[in-house]
Design a protein around this ligand. Sequence first.
Ligand code: ADP
Ligand code: MG
Length: 243
Amino acid sequence: MPQTPPRLKVDAITRRFDGRDVVTGVSLSVAPGQVTCLLGPSGCGKSTTLRIVAGVDRQDSGRIIVDGDCVSDDERHLPPERRGIGLMFQDFALFPHLSVGENVAFALDGGLRRNRERVGDLLERVDLGSFIDAYPHQLSGGEQQRVALVRALAPKPAIMLMDEPFSGLDNRLRDDIRDRTLAVLKEENTAVLLVTHEPDEAMRMADEIALMRAGKIVQRGAPYHIYNNPVDRAAAAFFSDIN
Ligand code: ADP
Ligand code: MG
């Protein structure tokens, strides 16, 4: 059976800071509608990798390929806004002076007035349809987080990059918001590269896990495969506190 071509391909990227290798030969791919989790302990180079894919930082060597086109290598470097990529970080701050609907419509031509249907539909899907004209301070943290998600999805990015997007939320909310987020991403057939240091988050959300340590991918595979067949003792220990 032919494989779906990847939407995003990261090919052997390397990044040094102050003479120190922070990312070393990292390769990844993400298919449409698939969630790949870049999982590893704090400081292993996850955010640096994501920033390079986004185009806000640049690799020293290697290539980034989106839908078969090279967006960054030694010669070329497209800016973030020309990569068809949506971003969502832990610090997802909404614009406080804009309504929920205006926040979601922010990156859309014609703003909320011209896009009320799409914005309303997206908010409906995260159960916030009635909040379209409310202001961010009237929403809980978890509700604001859902608004931030649909704001990132509104321009229909082919690829969504998420860096620890749920870590600011308390435990009770987190599972519910992860599940809702995943459902919307799957409905939109978005390719997702999700960075997390939490194994249980990766197990819950990923179609594929890329396990990272000290700047390198040490293992790639389906969540339960990695969980059941850790590549070494350190990988086993990393997963051992999942219940
Ligand atoms: P993670 O997201 O996995 O926690 P990061 O990619 O943020 O890790 O950081 C990896 C390493 O690179 C850390 O040691 C960090 O201090 C270092 N680092 C990240 N960005 C810079 C920078 N702009 N200049 C110097 N060192 C950096
Ligand atoms: Mg990080």
